[in-house]
Design a protein around this ligand. Structure first.
Ligand code: CMP
Length: 137
């Protein structure tokens, strides 16, 4: 089915100049389209909304610091089963268990700096798209 998802290329991806590499992997999927894209440094307010489910976790504060340490590329990607598809391209959160060929498997270093965020469900995608692209219908 046709879906849309929120993708963030995290500050490590921008700092390491891997933006083109990651976007190329997304664009290689012929059934998907990037329908919004912005380079932006995230403030605490946006991050608190985005990571609300992780409040209180031991990794929360370091994650907030990392995610506001430099610009991210925020995107909306649309297409056939794109929610599940981008997560498959990304690989699991822990880069050690991410297979070669996945973004995290090929470029990942530590769990926090794992290059990419992709919404985990269609419901999360709609919630997250409203946070990052409130003008989008
Ligand atoms: P993501 O799954 O996109 O969203 C939550 C983020 O928190 C995750 O990527 C990592 O960046 C970070 N994270 C999750 N678990 C850990 C952990 N155990 N240690 C450090 N960072 C984590």
């Amino acid at each position: 089915s046709q879906q849309r998802t929120l993708v963030l290329l995290k500050p490590d991806t921008v700092a390491r100049k891997l933006v083109g590499e990651v976007i190329a992997r997304i664009e290689r999927k012929a059934n998907w389209t990037i329908s919004a894209l912005e380079l932006r440094t995230l403030d605490r307010t946006v991050l608190e909304q985005h990571y609300a489910e992780h409040v209180g976790r031991d990794f929360y504060e370091p994650l907030m610091g990392f995610m506001s340490s430099g610009p991210v590329v925020a995107m909306v990607v649309e297409g056939e089963r794109v929610v599940e598809g981008i997560r498959a391209l990304a690989g699991p959160t822990d880069p050690i268990s991410a297979a070669p060929g996945s973004i995290r498997g090929d470029f990942g270093t530590i769990t926090r700096e794992n290059l990419i965020h992709a919404s985990d469900s269609e419901e999360s995608a709609e919630r997250e798209i409203k946070i990052f692209f409130p003008g989008l219908v």
